[in-house]
Design a protein around this ligand. Structure first.
Ligand code: PLP
Length: 405
């Protein structure tokens, strides 16, 4: 029985850190009052929520009254898109959304729904081979009916960071609202919503050492649009449902801790990322790095395609060695379709199928990377030796390299 476990899937989710867990614990069975109740016992619950709201707001250079807690990043994305478009159409201002082909399904499927079921117009921008949106394409897509641009801050599969500052400036100049899905970016980058001209921003706590099932939407004041959850008057009348107090407290604590550690964690994680990228390129022939390079890539993301093999099989082999990785976004891992992100970057179906994503985090170590590099070349070589695809590839004249000979 193998005891070793190396977790390299921090983009799928992160563990709740011990400090965050400690902050949350009292809010399960000691301070459990419903924040909407009038007695003073509930004041402690209300105070805890407002403290967390300030912690999240401070990390974004936002005001506390601009933060609305949701049940997830997915809910924040749904709310932003549906809420703004419905309001804008009702007000006669327009019905056109611009987004990209590489968004998370929380955006893409919502945009599809708005387009197919509710007759909104949606433009899906292409990206370049590194996964970057071109400002020129955005400018060309705008019409007099464009009311919202939703472009992710950083991609969850290949880690590419989008030119958010330029996009924000363009949208502000043209009086178009700008939403960004920062579910991945917020865990690794400094984000200043004022400096970046962001109107709406989605986040999720479980990507930053907080609990699952809690997210937030930043809504620039005084922007008003349709509610998504209808019911009680929670979240200043804009998001109904009894608050997940422990989750909210955990989110606030996670955000504050993350911010205080960012300048130390980011370069350390980026160094491990670069070691892994270099190691794979040196040890595995015909390995293609997917996504952008250096500072245009999230510090924790490594995504490779290995021609001639299936990512799913490599995942099972890695699992046998105690290594947790991914072959696309966690949410689509039950689907056998190739990743829409890799296809948008111009990869063939074969290359997209042969992809592996390793994502690092606060608790990743040099030993984790060394261990992965000690087993992965052999795993890829063995699978290639059995693969008709790899055989075909070699017949085209490719040098098999030292390991696969
Ligand atoms: N947006 C991005 C970019 C993501 O990576 C994810 C989750 O992987 C989500 C949205 C959904 O967040 P949640 O799991 O909180 O619903």
């Amino acid at each position: 029985m193998l005891n070793k476990q190396v977790y390299l899937d921090y983009t799928a989710t992160t563990p709740v850190s011990p400090e965050v867990l400690e902050a949350m614990l009292p809010y399960f069975s000691e301070i459990y009052g419903n924040p909407s109740s009038v007695y003073s016992f509930s004041q402690k619950s209300r105070d805890a929520i407002e403290k967390a709201r300030s912690q999240v707001a401070k990390a974004l250079n936002a005001d506390a009254n601009e933060i609305y807690f949701t049940s997830s990043g997915t809910e924040a994305d749904n709310w932003a898109l549906k809420g703004v478009l419905e309001r804008m159409r009702k007000a006669g201002k327009g019905d056109h959304l611009i987004t990209t082909k590489i968004e998370h399904h929380a955006i893409l499927h919502t945009a599809n729904y708005l387009e197919k079921i509710n007759n909104f117009k949606v433009t899906y921008l292409p990206v370049d081979e590194y996964g970057r949106v071109r400002l020129e394409d955005l400018k060309n897509a705008v019409t007099d009916k464009t009311v919202l641009v939703s472009i992710m801050f950083a991609n969850n599969e290949v880690g590419t960071i989008e030119p958010v500052k330029e996009i924000g400036a363009f949208c502000r100049e043209n009086k178009i609202l700008f939403h960004t899905d920062a579910v991945q970016a917020a865990a690794h980058l400094d984000i200043d919503v004022k400096d970046l001209n962001i109107d709406l921003l989605s986040m999720s706590a479980h990507k930053m050492y907080g609990p699952k099932g809690i997210g937030a939407l930043y809504i620039k004041s005084p922007l008003k649009f349709e509610n998504f959850m209808h019911g009680g008057a929670q979240e200043r009348g804009r998001r109904a449902s009894t608050e997940n107090i422990a989750g909210i407290v955990g989110f606030g604590a996670a955000m504050e801790i993350l911010k205080s550690r960012l300048s130390e964690d980011r370069p350390r994680i980026a160094k491990l990322r670069d070691k892994l990228i270099k190691g794979i390129l040196n040890k595995i022939p015909h390995a293609k790095l997917n996504g952008a390079l250096g500072d245009e890539r999230l510090p924790n993301n490594v995504n490779f395609s290995f021609i001639g093999v299936e990512g799913e099989t490599l995942l099972l082999d890695l699992d046998m060695k105690g290594i947790c990785a991914s072959t696309g976004s966690a949410c689509s891992s039950e689907s056998l379709d190739p990743s829409h992100v890799l296809l948008a970057l111009g990869l063939s179906h074969e290359m997209a199928h042969g992809s592996l994503r390793f994502t690092l985090g606060r608790y990743s170590t040099e030993d984790d990377i060394d261990y992965l590099l000690s087993v992965l070349p052999d795993i890829v070589a063995r699978r290639r030796a059995m693969s008709p695809l790899w055989e075909d590839y070699l017949k085209q004249g490719a040098d098999p390299g030292p390991i696969s000979k």
